[in-house]
Write a protein that binds this ligand. Structure first.
Ligand SMILES: Nc1ncnc2c1ncn2[C@@H]1O[C@H](COP(=O)(O)OP(=O)(O)OP(=O)(O)O)[C@@H](O)[C@H]1O
Length: 709
């Protein structure tokens, strides 16, 4: 029926859909752009809220220089433009968020699409109903008018339901996409130590925490919105183009399409790289949030140092960089908005009028002037509504281009994260070498790989110790630790003692030689500042086990209490209000308490090997003795890094770095070494006295000489 209506509208009908659409855009919808802006502003607000709620902490090794690199948000190769790379990345992400036709997301999308189609059908029906009602009014047919109103009210029920369902489905889809992506990313981020390597061995991703939380959320939301914003207009355009072809013939359609496509192409070419800009904005937001979280994390140290001024400068600088960039985007948007309005509203409007005029001045053969006034009114009203809808549809598609470029930015951020995950999992790192040595030589070492063999004992054969910055700390290290041996590792600061454990723990790659090591479950690590997790007091002792695993192992709370008593921490359970108490334990416990909790953890786990990295620096000699003797009684083989001579007696082998790249691995006769150490200290003490004694001797000689004279 509406096909006839389009033909019947005098002066407009024959020009066809695109022409009407252009005319309608020129004359109507001044609200289209404000709506768009409100919509974007709302979305932006949601992002900011999401950021404000996030309290995660990211990589601790960033320089202020990062903040100044506005143009270098993406590493080489990474792009945020609407091009083939964007399509490929989007496909990659789509495969994750919509895994197949049997997935929930696919069927949600189908349902969403069904609602979109239904809404278009309703719109077409409402347009024709509108025409019928106005026609009845013009003709003075009260009965027809009332029937029309009843249908109008009737159709409101499915129409309002459809609209509500559409916005519900859009939000659901966004959440569903986010859940899929987050669970996929969490799986990859928290496996194979990716969370460590991504921030320590590779410098492509600056704020992984922000990517995993805010960027994924923004991407999901943006994708769900774009689907809604594009699917319906595309459907509308298809329907109206089809009708136009039927009604006015192909030549007007062809002309209009040429004009529209050409100007759309011009608009696209002239559209600034908003994708890259929003991606950079996200990065700068991440930097600002990261700097704030550092202040919270290190509040005590900063307060005691009185470092508030310098921290304020750091925060101000991060904020200034962000705002400078946001202002740049705003300025770019002014120009782009003018150009967009000019082309879409005015240029196309003018073109629409011209195209409309063609069939009026050059009517198609066989077209009649038009039936009575009522029919013409019905046709006009119906047609006008259809045209407004379709004009909206076309405009929405054009305005969506900016959103697509922004989606390209979010897509680049998320896809880049996953690409770096893949690379680091495959052992391919990209890090700027700041080594003081020959960079080419160091880069060669960093690019080669050694062999890892699982065994009962620990043995390093010609393994280079290389820092992620490319510094070769030891060219080829060889030593072994068999069960029952206790190895002491000593050397100056920064010589690579802890790095040895990083290689053993699989955090750093084996750059050469062979590493024999047992299954990771048999090696337990206690650092100087033990990590305390979120959870109950019990969780701190059994970390990383869960209560279920603890029960499976037959360990009870009483057993845990016995362990705590051993390290003289039995009172803590009562003091803190029981095993179930949850606190931010890192702030609630003293340095010594934390180290004793870590010792209790060791006794709970009873591993084959324990790596003790300066882990008794904050406890008394008494506790230190208990810790070492009990660990030895439990049959735990110890590897200790410590500068304390009091620990020598608990070890029978020593690995001594000289700090120049050399080392000695030998048996440790602690008693003899202590004796020698004592003798050395006595001699050094005596030597300090020598200059004084010599000076006194000189004085005495001078006095004697005076007397004799
Ligand atoms: N994540 C990292 N990225 C870059 N360089 C690192 C990293 N971790 C350690 N390094 C560097 O590796 C070198 C060796 O560090 P390591 O922690 O092994 O020293 P250490 O001998 O244990 O020192 P200390 O006695 O002070 O604890 C240092 O120069 C350090 O700066």
């Amino acid at each position: 029926m509406h096909r006839a209506c389009i033909l019947d509208v005098p002066g407009h009908g024959r020009a066809g859909l695109v022409a009407h659409l252009l005319v309608a855009r020129a004359g109507r919808r001044p609200d289209a752009r404000p709506q768009r802006h409100i919509h974007l502003a709302r979305r932006r607000l949601v992002h900011h809220e999401a950021r404000a709620h996030h309290t995660g902490v990211g990589d601790a090794a960033k320089s202020d220089k990062d903040l100044g690199m506005a143009g270098e948000a993406f590493p080489k190769g990474a792009r945020a433009e609407v091009d083939m790379i964007f399509i490929e990345r989007l496909q990659y992400l789509l495969r994750i968020i919509i895994p197949g036709v049997k997935s929930k997301e696919f069927w949600m999308l189908m349902l969403h699409s069904a609602f979109l189609v239904f809404r278009t059908v309703l719109s077409v029906y409402i347009a024709s109903l509108d025409g019928r009602i106005v026609s009845a009014l013009v003709r003075g047919r009260g009965r027809d008018f009332l029937t029309g109103i009843m249908w109008w009210m009737g159709v409101a029920i499915p129409a309002t339901y459809t609209n509500s369902m559409l916005s519900f489905m859009q939000s659901k889809l966004a959440i569903q996409f986010r859940s899929r992506l987050t669970s996929y990313i969490h799986d990859r981020y928290l496996s194979d130590m990716t969370f460590y390597t991504i921030s320590n061995l590779d410098d492509r991703i600056k704020n992984a925490d922000q990517c995993v939380t805010v960027d994924v959320q923004t991407f999901s939301q943006s994708l769900a919105e774009i689907y809604s914003n594009l699917a319906k207009p595309l459907l509308d355009i298809f329907i109206y183009n089809y009708q136009l072809r039927q009604n006015v013939g192909g030549r007007f359609l062809f002309l209009a399409n040429i004009v529209v496509h050409f100007t759309a192409w011009v608009l696209r070419v002239l559209t600034p790289k908003f994708g890259k800009m929003v991606a950079e904005e996200q990065r700068l937001e991440g930097e600002l949030r990261f700097r704030h979280s550092r202040v919270i994390e290190n509040a005590e140290e900063i307060a005691l140092y009185g470092g508030h001024e310098i921290e304020k400068n750091v925060l101000d600088r991060a904020y200034f960089n962000l705002i400078r960039h946001v202002n740049r985007i705003f300025r770019t948007r002014i120009l782009h908005g003018m150009m967009e309005d000019f082309i879409i509203k005015y240029f196309w409007g003018a073109m629409g009028l011209i195209t409309c005029a063609i069939p009026v001045f050059m009517p198609l053969k066989g077209r009649e002037a038009g039936p009575d006034l009522g029919m013409r009114t019905q046709g006009f009203v119906t047609n006008r509504r259809l045209l407004l809808n379709s004009s909206d549809a076309f405009g929405r598609i054009m305005y969506s281009y900016k959103e697509i470029t922004e989606l390209a930015g979010y897509t680049a951020r998320v896809a880049e994260l996953l690409e770096v995950f893949d690379d680091v999992k495959a052992g391919q790192f990209q890090k700027t070498l700041v080594s003081s040595g020959t960079t080419a030589e160091n880069a060669r070492v960093l690019n080669s790989r050694g062999v890892i063999v699982e065994s009962e004992a620990i043995e390093f054969t010609d393994v280079p110790i290389v820092s992620p910055n490319g510094d070769v700390l030891v060219k080829a290290l060889s030593f072994y630790v068999r069960p029952g041996m206790h190895l002491l590792i000593v050397g100056p600061n920064g010589c690579g003692k802890s790095s040895l454990f990083r290689i053993l723990g699989g955090l750093w790659p084996v750059y050469g030689g062979t590493v024999h090591k047992p299954d990771p479950s048999k090696v337990f690590y206690i650092p100087q500042r033990p990590y305390l997790s979120l959870g109950t007091l019990r969780d701190q002792i059994i970390y990383p086990h869960t209560v279920d695993v603890m029960k499976e192992r037959g360990v009870t709370d009483e057993d845990l209490l016995e362990i705590l008593k051993l390290v003289q921490l039995g009172q803590i359970v009562e003091r803190e209000g029981g095993w179930e108490t949850e606190r931010e334990w890192k702030d609630a416990l003293s340095g010594g308490d934390k180290q004793r909790i870590a010792m209790a953890r060791l006794f709970y786990h009873r591993p084959r090997y324990a790596i003790l990295d300066e882990c008794t620096s904050a406890v008394s000699m008494d506790i230190e003795r208990i810790m070492y003797t009990h660990a030895t009684e439990l049959g735990i083989t110890l590897m200790t890094v410590s500068h304390r001579a009091s620990l020598w007696k608990y070890h029978n082998f020593i690995l001594q770095y000289d700090g120049q790249g050399g080392y000695v691995f030998t048996k440790l006769d602690a008693e003899r070494r202590l004796r020698l150490q004592e003798e050395k200290q006595q001699i050094e003490h005596k030597l300090v006295e020598v200059p004084k004694l010599e000076a006194r001797l000189e004085e005495l000689r001078a006095l004697q000489a005076d007397r004799q004279a």
